[in-house]
Design a protein around this ligand. Structure first.
Ligand SMILES: NC(=O)c1ccc[n+]([C@@H]2O[C@H](COP(=O)([O-])OP(=O)(O)OC[C@H]3O[C@@H](n4cnc5c(N)ncnc54)[C@H](OP(=O)(O)O)[C@@H]3O)[C@@H](O)[C@H]2O)c1
Length: 339
């Protein structure tokens, strides 16, 4: 067993989009587990858009990462040593390990994984992003057969879960994705009825015309992952009593363009006159539904009825570059780092 721990820390707070200098690779001694703790060797790390928000000092639904602190995140790993009941050396577990080669966590904060499934699925299709799509679609999207759903970041772990579930429930599904390759994945791999490349449209008006062609009966559910040009394009196409699960707004996570790129007055007027339901939700409030999600979705993943794609970077030292690229669409599928 290695007695050296490597970790990626927050070296400084980013101004706008993060850059490599905002991160630092540090090494130190590996911790020893106290009574009730488990020492894990991390094998897979999840990179998620929400981590951008944790790099800021701004008040949010979860605390910021301290300067010099380990970047926050969920990992999967192998138990090296356990001083907690219910865990033994060799178990494969998941928990909030941070961007690090090893983590020492209380057993109460870990979950043992089903060894019949690839461990990385606990970070994507059968983890937090998959649960987000499943909970949000059922609870806030309230899909009905025959309706039309539009989702951005459609080939990512959230968007692809939403699209596949909605299609299976008899909705028309329209993907918004970045580039030809992702549009092909959306239709051929994830079964969307149509896919539109947002990067091929310079402005919201042009993107709106393409969405209108793909959604001739208007939009009943706009699953909001991205904000920006896509939100502006979709709003006027919403049908009366449409629903907008407000899951994320990754186009704005860089922060510098929030005040200039959107046209909030017009968008909010659409919400009013069409009596739309816009539901913000954070998945932390819905973990109680995780067993029901797994019961429903895990067999579908095993049977190939729900498919998934992972984009795997190798080596902890490459986590910052993979994260920076993901925020600009450089990933295809769930971004994982294999250690
Ligand atoms: N509310 C919650 O509890 C919760 C939980 C999980 C995730 N989320 C949110 O859900 C969204 C999707 O998460 P994910 O994990 O599935 O991420 P993801 O799709 O793997 O990664 C982000 C994707 O966003 C797209 N993107 C980036 N900049 C964009 C822009 N300017 N315009 C349009 N699309 C852009 C890119 O895809 P393209 O190349 O296709 O554009 C990129 O690959 C994020 O906003 C995330 O914060 C919220």
């Amino acid at each position: 067993m290695s007695d050296t721990l490597s970790r990626i820390t927050l070296a400084r707070r980013p101004k706008g989009d993060p850059v490599p200098e905002d991160f630092k690779l540090e090494t130190g001694a590996c911790p020893s587990p106290a009574e009730g703790d488990v020492l894990i060797e991390v094998t897979h790390l999840s990179l998620d858009p929400y981590m951008r928000g944790r790099m800021d000092e701004a008040k949010s639904y979860a605390p910021s990462v301290d300067l010099g602190g380990t970047m926050t995140g969920q990992g999967v790993g192998r138990v090296l040593e356990s001083k907690a009941d219910d865990f033994a050396e060799g178990d494969i577990v998941t928990g909030m390990t941070g961007w690090a080669s090893h983590a020492c966590l209380p057993g109460s904060e870990l979950r043992k994984l089903d060894p019949s499934l690839p461990p990385s699925t606990a970070l994507g299709v059968l983890g937090m992003p998959g649960l987000t799509g499943w909970v949000g679609l059922h609870s806030f999207g309230k899909p009905k057969k025959g309706e039309t759903l539009v989702v951005g970041a459609a080939t990512g772990p959230v968007g692809s879960m939403v699209g596949q579930l909605a299609k299976q429930m008899g909705l028309r599904t329209v993907a918004i994705a970045g580039g030809d390759e992702k549009c092909r994945l959306a239709t051929d791999t994830f079964g969307f009825d149509a896919a539109i490349d947002h990067r091929a449209h310079d402005d919201a008006k042009s993107l709106r015309a393409a969405i209108a062609d793909a959604a001739p009966d208007g939009v009943d559910i706009y699953w909001e992952n991205v904000g920006g040009k896509t939100l502006e394009a979709v709003m006027p196409l919403m049908n009366v009593h449409g629903r907008i699960p407000l899951c994320g707004m990754v186009a704005w996570y860089g922060g510098s363009n929030i005040a200039t790129e959107n046209q909030l007055p017009g968008m909010w007027r659409n919400i009013l006159v069409k009596r739309l339901q816009v539901s913000g939700f954070i998945i932390f409030d819905h973990w109680d539904q995780y067993p029901a999600f797994l019961k429903d979705v895990a067999p579908k993943v095993a049977a190939g009825e729900i498919t998934y794609i992972e984009d795997v970077a190798t080596g902890l030292e490459n986590a910052p570059d993979a994260f920076i690229a993901m925020l600009k669409g450089g990933n295809t599928g769930k971004q994982i780092v294999k250690l």
